[in-house]
Design a protein around this ligand. Structure first.
Ligand code: BG6
Length: 296
């Protein structure tokens, strides 16, 4: 069977290769494992909570309706860092295609974490579609404003933890020339480096990166992950390095920062705003590709 549902998760297996599968926790609709022909592609902390007591440290947590902490909006500012989608149990809506195996999950205020919903009392509906190709993983989101009177303001982000061999041999490409906000320096500038390399904690929000730029994670000259984005102009790159990893109780092993890099596709630099009845869609596609330097 290519789709298996348990009380807590849904597992899709590709019909042509039993070693290609994706595991999705209903809590947060969090993809926490993606195996491609037997090779795990996502990083997951060995101390990650998969019991719904905390957002998952690893995989692809979903960030909605706020990225980081909002300081200005009357309601968004009350929510904790990264919002409420990653700490709510989503409804499994079922399978929508047999090949490639594709499933959907839904979330709205009636299902979402009640404590957080009190803080952000909006009418919305989210539908996450997860498609497992023989060589790709596509996560597609549709956000609808189901209110009859209020606009819906939000950020969206796929907080993707990619598995790598060694952070010091890793580069992230095709962000050259983009304006970024550096959360470590707390300042904005244009990245003039040909590639992003990692030597200490790095936390950057690249803004309005053209959609045709493929973001690639390169290990010793070989592209190991390619990220294609649709309607997701901002790219967050993050590695917590030594000290920040020590401060996160659910980040294990403490040396795990060497084997992960977050490349997060989102709409976070500004808020999206939907009028009553309007919807917005976007997707992230993870796959393997040839080395493709589009900007140097
Ligand atoms: C990244 C942010 O997206 O998420 C970082 O840019 C943050 O600033 C990181 O530290 C992890 O956040 P959290 O809430 O999962 O610990």
């Amino acid at each position: 069977m290519s789709v298996e549902e348990t009380d807590t998760e849904v597992i899709l297996t590709h019909p042509e290769n039993s070693k290609t599968f994706v595991k999705i926790l209903k809590y947060g609709a969090t993809v926490y494992s993606w195996s491609l022909e037997g090779q795990e592609q996502l990083w997951l902390s060995s101390a990650a909570k998969l019991d719904g007591s905390k957002p998952v440290r690893g995989g692809i947590p979903l960030v909605f309706p706020v990225f980081g902490k909002n300081e200005d909006d009357e309601f968004l500012s009350k929510l904790p860092q990264h919002g409420l989608a990653r700490n709510s149990t989503w409804e499994f809506l079922g399978q929508v295609s047999a090949n490639p195996p594709t499933v959907q999950f839904g979330l709205g205020p009636e299902l979402a974490n009640p404590e957080l919903t009190k803080l952000w009392p909006m009418d919305y509906s989210l539908i996450l579609t997860v498609e497992l190709g023989s060589g790709h993983l596509k996560t597609h989101i549709e956000v609808s404003n189901t209110s009859s009177s209020q606009p819906l303001k939000f950020n969206w982000l796929f907080h993707t933890y990619l598995k790598i061999a060694d952070i010091e041999d890793t580069l992230v490409s095709n962000l050259t020339g983009a304006k970024l906000y550096d959360q470590m320096l707390q300042e904005s500038y244009v990245d003039r480096q040909p590639v992003v390399s990692f030597h200490e904690e790095l936390d950057r929000i690249y803004q309005r990166v053209q959609e045709d730029r493929l973001i690639q994670v390169i290990d010793k000259g070989h592209p190991i992950h390619t990220v294609k984005r649709h309607n997701l102009p901002d790219v967050v790159t993050w590695n917590p390095w030594v000290e920040k990893s020590k401060g996160m109780a659910d980040f294990e092993p403490k040396s795990g920062f060497k084997e992960m890099v977050c490349v997060e596709s989102g709409h976070v630099h500004s808020l999206l705003e939907l009028q009553p009845g309007q919807s917005w869609t976007a997707y992230q596609l993870l796959y393997k590709d040839e080395l493709n330097y589009q900007v140097l």
